[in-house]
Ligand binder design. Structure first.
Ligand code: GUN
Ligand code: ZN
Length: 629
């Protein structure tokens, strides 16, 4: 899967894989491509701790340095303007520069202005220049925070107007005021910025206020153009990378690797350790493999600092590779839950994330490639899982069912004997009441729980059990048809299920597994069932049936390209006019033109807000085109 996003700024950001808001993307900059999520090590132009070339060998693809510091040093300034930033730093990879806003935060003021520091960054030949934003402190009153938002926006407008030819970073400010953050994000997104850093968060990170950090990231993301890369300003601790990536942050920058090293502190995915308190080094990086803690302590200071900085970077890049692998496999939530167990503040961050389920749910696919692994009650609160549980319970409670206790999966095997009774069944599972027919459908059929359940899970099961375990009379039912219907309701909702299955239903089963493969209605092949996750793929005959739903339900509406789409070519975001807001990434959909004629059936890659914002790349992977009647 590949699609391109081209910002009004001209920046190309290509998404290769996604998992909810998290994404693996390719950022194309003048000095080369960068795969995100990426960490930009901060280079201090005054002190070389580790040469950029060495960092490139460890996984650094892009760097960040501070133009304000360079500008303030007569010697550096002249060299940098003469030779360009890349020669001065000793790298030919992309370089982003910061503006001095952070120095404003530390020293209270800066000796430059927006256009001066931007002009200087342009003269250095940087890949991305940052405007002089106004840092909103977390202790700011709402009025003060609003002032920093408005002033940052004013400077953003000034920058975009006067420097239309370079890539600019437009930071989001607004302190800890969520509505103000969203407003700032919307204002900055309305300008042709290449990337959006989320600013003013360093004090939150320094004070382990991770719950507040989550609020700030989510409220900023809500207002940002979803097609632009997001940078979490000053986030350099690997402990924060998984949750920030889960919330849709694409870039990180770190001076922490060096700052912590000067302080003899080692970073790990689970936190920070002081060298003086360590006897064993629980790490496989080249530094920790070669030296003991004692040897590091006895070393000359300069060498020790360099080695600890190297360790800090190795650990950080390894964590980013784990995150990318998790995005690829669709199990980043699991990784965040595991990491949350390493520090109470991270657990607070996770629990705060779960409060924003309504927003996050819109980006959550209904099915994933990875098995659902339970790691605590928070796993059941993941927005995509909660939605699935709610939908299943609705189906389980709309008609009388005999409720069975939780058992080994697949339930249909464990309860094979009982299923001879002509009754509908549901299982009182840790997810909630699950109809027997959804036994092989994600997440119910692809899930693992501990045999010894948590108290919260037991309590929920017991509560549902009260009054639910009564028997029901036998009736005439066809289990295959029941299953066909339940999965259709689960995946397409009641309206879709009714339209898709109106008529006489018949099925074809796999000879090998005995499972349903294809669903026919009045002799037409309407749906196929995927064995891996128990979800349907839509056939053209099914698409025709969904076309009966009220506009724009189930639809991606395109303005152009009818002929190509009818031939089975993918739908590009550029042509998308309208999208059903109920569609989620990876859902089955129908593609129609403006006259509401069916062009194809396929799988959406983007949800509504993404498909409308992205101006290039694939919005729908078409499965089958509709030949002209
Ligand atoms: N570095 C860390 N935080 C910030 C911020 O809010 N703005 C800028 N420009 N740089 C930062
Ligand atoms: Zn190490």
């Amino acid at each position: 899967m590949m699609f391109y996003i081209s910002c009004p700024s001209g920046l190309v950001f290509e998404i290769k894989k996604r998992d909810g808001l998290a994404r693996i993307g390719i950022l194309e900059l003048p000095h080369g491509k960068v795969e995100t999520p990426a960490l930009m090590p901060v280079i201090n132009p005054k002190i070389e701790l580790i040469p950029p070339r060495d960092m490139e060998g460890m996984g650094a693809q892009m760097f960040i340095t501070n133009s304000y510091i360079i500008m303030g040093s007569a010697e550096l300034r002249e060299r940098a303007v003469e030779e360009g930033i890349h020669r001065v730093l000793g790298t030919y990879r992309p370089v982003m520069t910061d503006s001095g806003a952070f120095q404003g935060h530390i020293y209270g003021k800066v000796r430059t202005d927006n256009m001066e520091v931007l002009g200087f960054q342009r003269d250095l030949g940087v890949d991305i220049a940052t405007i002089l934003d106004m840092f909103s402190e977390p202790y700011f009153t709402e009025k003060e925070a609003r002032h920093s938002v408005e002033e940052t926006y004013r400077r953003g407008k000034e920058a975009c107007k006067n420097l239309p030819d370079i890539y600019l970073a437009g930071p989001v400010q607004g302190g800890v005021y969520e509505e103000l953050r969203t407003e700032s994000a919307m204002l900055m997104s309305s300008l042709p910025f290449a990337i959006h850093p989320i600013g003013g968060v360093v004090p939150l990170m320094e004070n382990y206020r991770y719950g507040d950090l989550v609020k700030v990231i989510i409220s900023s993301k809500k207002g940002l153009d979803p097609s632009r890369p997001v940078h979490l300003f000053g986030a350099g601790h690997p402990m924060l990378f998984p949750l920030a990536a889960l919330l849709g942050c694409d870039l990180f920058d770190s001076s922490s690797y060096a700052k912590y090293a000067y302080d003899n502190r080692l970073m790990f995915p689970w936190g920070t350790e002081k060298l003086e308190n360590m006897e064993y080094l629980p790490c496989t990086c080249p530094v920790c493999s070669k030296y003991t803690a004692k040897e590091l302590r006895k070393m000359p200071e300069k060498k020790r600092h360099r080695l600890i900085a190297l360790h800090n970077l190795y650990v950080s890049f390894a964590e980013l590779r784990r995150i990318k692998e998790a995005i690829r496999k669709g199990n980043l939530w699991e990784m965040v839950e595991q990491r949350a167990r390493t520090r109470p503040e991270l657990l607070d961050a996770l629990r705060t994330i779960l409060k924003y389920g309504d927003y996050l749910e819109r980006f959550e696919p209904r099915t994933r490639r990875s098995t659902f692994l339970y790691s605590g009650w928070e796993s059941l609160e993941r927005p995509g899982i909660k939605r699935a549980a709610r939908d299943a319970e609705r189906i389980a409670t709309e008609t009388p069912r005999k409720v069975l206790p939780e058992a080994e999966r697949p339930y249909s095997r464990t309860y094979a004997d009982l299923l001879k009774e002509k009754k509908s069944f549901a299982v009182n599972s840790p997810f909630g009441l699950v109809p027997m027919e959804l036994d092989s459908t994600y997440p119910f059929g692809q899930s693992i729980f501990p045999e010894i359940p948590d108290k919260e899970v037991v309590e929920n099961i017991e509560e549902r059990e009260r009054g639910a375990l009564q028997d029901i009379p036998e009736e005439d039912i066809d289990r295959d048809i029941e299953q066909v219907r339940a999965i259709a309701k689960f995946q397409f909702g009641d309206e879709g299920a009714t339209l898709l299955l109106k008529g006489e239903i018949s099925v074809i089963k796999s000879k090998k597994t005995g499972k349903i493969r294809n669903v026919f209605v009045d002799g037409e092949h309407v749906l196929s069932l995927r064995a891996e996750d128990g979800f349907y793929t839509l056939k053209i005959a099914g698409g025709r049936r969904l076309l009966e739903a009220k506009y724009p339900r189930y639809r991606i509406v395109v303005s152009d390209g009818d002929e190509f789409i009818r031939e089975g070519k993918n739908v590009f975001a550029k042509f998308v006019e309208d999208v059903d807001e109920n569609l989620r990434p990876m859902d089955e959909c129908i593609v129609v033109n403006k006259k509401d004629e069916l062009l194809a059936v396929g799988q959406v890659i983007l949800n509504r807000e993404e498909a409308l914002y992205f101006s290039k790349g694939v919005a729908v992977k078409v499965r089958e085109g509709a030949k002209k009647a």
